[in-house]
Design a protein around this ligand. Sequence first.
Ligand code: DX5
Ligand code: ZN
Length: 222
Amino acid sequence: MSKVILAPSILTANTRYLDIELGIAEFSGAEYIHVDIMDGLFVANKTWDASFLASFSKKTKLVKDVHIMVVEPWKWIVRLAKAGADIITFHLEACKDEQDVTRTIDLIHKCGKKAGIAISPNTTSHALFPFIHKLEQILIMTVVPGKGGQSFLPSALAKVREIRHEIDEFTIGEKPLIEVDGGINRLTGRLAREAGADILVAGSYLYGHPDFKERAAHLLKL
Ligand code: DX5
Ligand code: ZN
């Protein structure tokens, strides 16, 4: 099994003390920081724009793993790339058609960044298959996107298994990593790892807890 990568989600961090919140993630062994961009259209909530990312991206060694829950994702790419995103993951459901998906992936690559596609709980793994070979990352949502602190949906595990199988059997060269996002804790993180996930996003399980480091250590051992 691959080494687990931990991606604490800044959505549930206290952004008034961003330096401290980034520091604790780094100090606890995380390699990524997960940044959720929501536009109030693709999902009901609205979070930040590229300027928020620019305000801290140079201050941390963590990989900036940017998950965009927005309509017309291609419009956000250049700004996010300039603001310091390392990986940009957009939603398949936000694209009009196959051409739109491909154009968005190509734009991310043209900006010199890694590209990911996310799928929401109602989207099948098969919808992703045509794009797997073009991607560095695949994000399986394990909750309905839009807010932190929700319960993990076990139905997402079958999708992780299907995509793991597709990647292992049918890709050559560099394999995209599988990320899971939503309701991840010690128990659900283990289930996701057993199903084949490489990257665990965790927000409310880590942030706001004095034992962040111990909790992160549990996830890093899965
Ligand atoms: C939800 C976001 C998640 C969120 C996860 O739409 O994409 O990244 O921060 O938070 P938890 O771990 O609390 O479910
Ligand atoms: Zn996310």
